[in-house]
Design a protein around this ligand. Sequence first.
Ligand SMILES: Cc1cc2nc3c(=O)[nH]c(=O)nc-3n(C[C@H](O)[C@H](O)[C@H](O)COP(=O)(O)O)c2cc1C
Length: 218
Amino acid sequence: MFEAGLDGFAHFELAAMSKPDTYKLLASVILPRPIAWVVSKDEAGGVNAAPFSFFNILSADPPLVAIGFSKAPDREKKDTLTNIREHGEFVVNLVPEDLAEAMNVTATNAPRGTDETRLAGLKLAKCAVVDVPRIERSPVALECRLYQVIEPGGSSTIVLAKVVYVHVRANAFEDLERLHIDPSQLRLIGRMHGGGGYCTTRDTFSIERLSWPLESKD
Ligand SMILES: Cc1cc2nc3c(=O)[nH]c(=O)nc-3n(C[C@H](O)[C@H](O)[C@H](O)COP(=O)(O)O)c2cc1C
C-alpha cells in the first residue's frame, strides 16, 4: 500500500489503494475541516439536517461553496443530496462548540423523512430568501442555492452552491461596520482525524502579510 522511504516519509500511490483507505488517509491529513451543518427540505416539506466536513468556500465572486457527498451506506443517495437536487435550496449552518453533541445526533442514519433537528432538540428560525429554516443557535448561517452538481465518476458527488444571504450573530463582530469578526466569539469547531475527532478554533495566531520586496532581516 505504501513505501516507507529513506527520506522519513511514507509515500502513497492512490491508484493502488482501496477506496476506504484513500478516504481514511486524506480525511486524516487535510485538517482541520470546517463543518457545513446542512438543513434541507424534502419533497413533502419535511426538514432534514446533517453535517458535512468535505466543505469549503471556493470562490467569493461569485460566492460559491462546495460540499462533497460520499455514497450513502443504505440508500441511493444521502437525504441531504436528494433534497438539494430536488428543492435547489438549503442552509449551511456553522457549528459552535456548544452544539457539537446536537450536530452529532443529526449525523445518525435516520430513515428518510425523519426530522433530525427534532431528534437533537434544535430550534429553527426562518430564513430571509430560501424556503428552508436555519438552526437558531448556530452563530453563522449561509442561505444557499444550488449552482452545479458534479459527478466526478466515482461514488462521490460534489455540490457547488451560491451563497445568497448570510446571518451572523451580532456579538461576533468586533467592528460591524468594517466586518471585523472576533472568531473567539463564534467558537466554531472543525473536523479532525479519526472517527470522532474535532478541534476548537480558539488557539489562533497572526502573521502580518508581507509586501514585495521582502525586507532583509540583517
Ligand atoms: C462531523 C461529520 C462530518 C461529516 N462529513 C461528511 C461529508 O463530508 N460527506 C458525507 O457524505 N458525509 C459526511 N458525514 C456523514 C453524514 O453526516 C451522514 O451520512 C448523515 O447521516 C447524512 O444524513 P442525510 O442522509 O440526512 O443527508 C459526516 C458526519 C459527521 C459527524
